[in-house]
Design a protein around this ligand. Structure first.
Ligand SMILES: [Zn+2]
Length: 277
């Protein structure tokens, strides 16, 4: 959904009042599922040692059809404990965010080249919410909420796989009552449509050349974002398979956590709202 001019104005004015916002760091772990849980547990440990006791955990209910979270009591117990108040820092816990349902986009017949480039090449076919109808998106969101509800968890945020959220799907996210969503360059308050510009750091590790470019890009981005009120760092489980990527991410995170409030998207949104955007 395009941001209306009035909304752009609103987001700019909120940046103008940015002094009211405490400089913050949100680290998100994407693709948390029954498939990746062991790796995610290790990432959480490393992040805690780097000064980040709370993260936003982007949970896939049935990762590539390989195992529903609500059919895995051990996963449920772990997620419930991780998101429990008091499990992280002080009275806070990690946040569970709904992140697609299968994290897989079925290939459709008659796709144009541009669509193919975006959905197959850029995202390796994982842009599940890129071109769903409003009804299809709503159905998956409801199923995702039900899967998390099995553990007594009600997510307030939805983040589309690969941040590819189509217009129809964004309407569905609002329809289903989510508080916020994010794209790679912004956080969107679903209740009023305001958008907060904040580019996320994210690594690409699928090929050696991507890892090389990714390190240079994220190094530059980290310094470019030094003054930004909200620093977002998005991590994926495969990042931890590559020592150079893991070291770089943890180094940036350590530096940022020393000078910024470490929080989750949901709690950051609360502060943004209080700041009067
Ligand atoms: Zn993902």
């Amino acid at each position: 959904m395009q941001t209306a001019p009035s909304q752009v104005h609103a987001s700019k004015s909120s940046l103008g009042e940015g002094s009211a916002l405490v400089p913050s760091l949100v680290v998100s772990i994407h693709d948390v599922s029954t498939v990746t849980k062991t790796r995610v547990v290790a990432m959480i440990e490393d992040l805690k040692a780097a000064g980040v006791p709370v993260t936003s955990l982007l949970v896939i209910p049935d990762h590539h059809h390989k195992g529903r979270i609500d059919a895995d009591p051990e996963f449920g117990e772990w997620l419930r404990e991780a998101t429990r108040e008091g499990s992280g820092q002080g009275d806070q816990g990690h946040e569970a965010v709904l992140h697609g349902f299968y994290h897989l986009r079925p290939t459709k017949k008659g796709e144009g080249l541009a669509t193919q480039m975006i959905t197959r090449s850029y995202t390796a076919g994982e842009g599940e919410f890129y071109d769903l109808s409003r009804e299809e998106a709503s159905s998956l969101l409801l199923q995702g909420n039900a899967a998390l509800a099995a553990f007594g968890i009600t997510p307030t945020g939805f983040i589309a796989p690969a941040w590819l959220l189509g217009e129809q799907a964004e309407m569905a996210v609002r329809d289903e009552g989510f508080d916020y969503t994010t794209r790679i360059g912004e956080v969107i308050d679903c209740k009023n449509g305001c958008s907060f510009p904040a580019r996320s750091m994210v690594y690409s590790v699928r090929a050696p050349w991507r890892r090389g470019v990714s390190l240079l890009w994220n190094e530059a981005l980290f310094y470019a974002l030094n003054e930004s009120p909200l620093l977002r760092i998005g991590l994926h489980p495969p990042d931890w398979d590559h020592q150079s990527i893991r070291d770089h991410a943890l180094s940036c995170i350590r530096k940022a956590a020393a000078t910024r409030q470490v929080t989750t998207y949901a709690r950051w949104l609360d502060q943004w709202r209080v700041s009067g955007h």
